[in-house]
Every structure is written in C-alpha cells, then in structure tokens.
Design a protein around this ligand. Structure first.
Ligand SMILES: Nc1ncnc2c1ncn2[C@@H]1O[C@H](COP(=O)(O)OP(=O)(O)O)[C@@H](O)[C@H]1O
Ligand SMILES: [Mg+2]
Length: 367
C-alpha cells in the first residue's frame, strides 16, 4: 500500500523548505488562493513521475532565483529522493541511484484530479488516454515495454512517411500490428472491468449522489476506424497497406493505438453537452472507479484532489470523501478555508498552507 509517511519539499515553486508527516488516510490541505495548495500536490505528483502536470519547463517549477529543487519522501519505509538542477536529474531509492523514473511511478502510484489537468469527461483524447494507460500500467506494469515498442515503431513509420519512403513501410507495419493488438486487447479488457466497477461503486457508496435516472456509460475508442474490423494483426496490417497513400499524403500515421480515447455518455447524451458540474462529478466517479479497481488488485494508489469543493456542493463533497475513506487509501485534498465545515466529520490530518509554509492543524475551526 503506497503511503507517504514523511515528505520534504525544497525550492519547489513557492514552497521553500517544508517537512510534513501525512497520515495514512485523508490529508486535507487548507489555504486561500495562491498560497501553494496546487504547488504541494504538484510536488507530490512530480516526485512520482519526475514531471509536472502543468508544465514541461523546469525553470517554472524551481523556486524563483534558485537553481535546483529537492523532493524526498519516505514511502512504505523506502526513502525516495529526486534532485533536479537545470541540467541534471538524480533519483535515489534507499540511497541507490536509479536510472528510470518508472521505478518512482511504481512506488508512488498517483492519481491526480485537478482542473489544471482538465477533467476526464469532455477532456482531450490525450488526457483520457493518459488516465486509461495510467490505470493499465498499474494493473499490468509489464505492458510498459509493449507501449515503448509501439511508440518506437510508430516513430519509424512516421519518419518513413515524412520522407515518403513508402517501400520500407511493410516491415514496420508488421511490427506495429503486434503491439497494437496487445495494447488494444488490454485496454478493452480494462475498460470493461472498469465499467463493472463503476456500477458497483454507485450501488455501494455513491447512492446519495447518483440517482437511478442517471445512466452514466463509457466505452473505449480504439483509435482505429470501424472499417478495420476485428483488431487482429491481419486486419490491422491489411488496413495499413490499403491506406498507405493517405498516410503518405498526411506524412504521419493518423490512426492507431496512439489515438485511442474513451467516450462518455450521460443518459445517452454526449459528454460535451454536460454541465461543468456534471463533468466534474462524473470525472470523479470515473477516477474513483479506477482507484477501486486498483485497490481490488492490491495496488493502493495515492490520490490527489485539487479544490475539491469548487463546482461540487456539500453533499457531493462529503460523499466523495467518505468513499475515499472507505477505499482505505492515502489522499491529499485541497480546499479553500471557507469550506472546511464540510469536512468536519472525517478522520483526517489537516494542514494549513500560507505563502508556501505548511503547518499541521489538529482541530479545525468550526465556521
Ligand atoms: N517557480 C516559482 N517560484 C516561487 N513561487 C512560485 C513559482 N511558481 C509559482 N509560484 C507562486 O505560487 C503561488 C501559487 O500557488 P498555487 O499552488 O497555484 O496556489 P493555490 O493555493 O491557489 O493552489 C503564486 O503565488 C505564485 O507566484
Ligand atoms: Mg490551486
């Protein structure tokens, strides 16, 4: 079970040198605007991914006028450190240097829910794919290699298409079909399992906020057109050959596993027609389903939720918090102070953040 027991943040945006001891369950982070709530979540995400969900520019993340950042944590009794300067990254696990950040990701499976990343409902295909593949990766880490091979093959194909060397494509097409089939099969299975979980989650924990008249459904969009038929290697290969002239004109492979996504519907209505509040609510339900699925498989992710009560009323916020408690995972949830009364009943640790300084707070003021 992934639990951050201790966390040190150094020179990460406006957080200069802070140490906290989070609890195993829900950790509430309260602060008014621009105090560093999102920065704190971003730093935890950063430690688990060696990248941000907000920017690719390290210079934006390192504290102003500083030239390095340092994050370290004790996670399940392992000591993790990540030190970055503008030209160097150093990752240590139990004082041993590791080369790949996927080791961090495995130790720190993090699910982040933030308007900065966009909601999954009505999100970009890229965003949806990243949640899909995040879930799949933690259920089946060995697929990472398959994805890497797919991406390498795709790169070669695109490079040949770009140079109009279509004669050399056949070999790479054949290579691509192998990984494309495996990725699709696994995504399909994952989404089907997840759909069942969503249903059981609604029945078990979310009755109060999901009524029977709301039919929330989603399915995998494979990234391949219907015309391909069954996504076996022969069909994919035949389709690629047939469409080569089109791809050559575009200079890239315009369909495939790299274009996969998820389509969401509420009462048969397309996701783009839902209100923002509905998009947030159902995004949370989708994410909770991913967490429940992982918990069932023995992986307990760490959940980060930013600005929980913006766009969610008190009842929904309460229900989601209780659900997280029942899932028995560690969560970091940020909120602005005026909404703290919503969370009075929950067992949790509370931290107050003010201008980048984090303080533990034992009893919340009742307002
Ligand atoms: N690289 C940086 N160095 C120092 N401060 C930063 C850096 N990047 C952002 N900030 C500051 O962080 C604050 C915003 O923090 P944020 O976590 O987004 O606030 P909120 O509590 O509203 O989520 C702003 O005051 C901003 O100036
Ligand atoms: Mg924020």
């Amino acid at each position: 079970m992934a639990v951050i027991e201790k966390l040190i943040i150094n020179q990460f945006r406006n957080i200069e040198n802070q140490y906290i001891e989070p609890k195993k369950g829900i950790n509430l982070v309260i602060g008014s605007n621009a105090q560093g709530k999102t920065n704190l979540l971003e730093s935890i995400y950063y430690l688990g991914h060696n990248r941000s969900f907000k920017t690719t520019k390290l210079s934006e993340i390192i504290g102003y006028k500083k030239n390095s950042l340092d994050l370290s944590a004790i996670v399940d009794e392992k000591k993790i450190t990540l030190k970055k300067t503008t030209n160097k990254t150093k990752i240590n696990i139990d004082n041993t240097t590791v080369a790949s950040s996927s080791k961090l990701t495995k130790l720190l499976p993090i699910q982040i829910i933030t308007p900065d990343k966009g909601f999954v409902i009505n999100g970009t295909p890229k965003n949806k794919r990243s949640y899909l593949d995040w879930g799949l990766f933690h259920v089946k880490p060995e697929l990472l290699q398959t994805y890497k091979t797919y991406n390498k093959t795709l790169k070669n194909i695109n490079s040949l298409l770009n140079k109009n060397q279509t004669n050399d494509l056949e070999y790479w097409y054949l290579e691509l079909t192998k990984t494309a089939r495996i990725i699709n099969e696994n995504r399909d299975k994952y989404v089907k399992n997840l759909t069942k979980i969503t249903q059981s989650l609604n029945d078990k924990y979310l009755k109060k906020i999901v009524n029977n008249t709301e039919k929330f459904e989603y399915s995998l969009f494979t990234g391949w057109p219907k015309e391909v038929g069954d996504l076996n290697e022969t069909n994919i290969y035949k389709y690629l050959i047939k469409q080569t002239n089109n791809f050559a004109r575009l200079k890239f492979l315009s369909c495939g596993a790299h274009k996969a996504s998820i389509k969401f519907y509420l009462n048969n209505k397309n996701e783009s027609l839902l209100s923002r509040g509905q998009q947030k609510k159902y995004s949370l339900i989708f994410w909770l389903s991913q967490i429940e699925l992982l918990v069932q498989q023995g992986v307990h992710p760490i959940v980060l939720i930013d600005d929980i009560s913006s766009e969610l009323d008190k009842d929904k916020t309460k229900t989601i918090m209780s659900c997280l408690e029942l899932l028995n995972i560690q969560a970091f949830i940020t909120d602005i102070s005026s909404n703290t009364s919503t969370h009075q009943n929950h067992k949790q640790a509370t931290f107050l953040i003010d201008n980048g300084t984090i303080k533990t707070h034992n009893s919340l003021p009742i307002n």
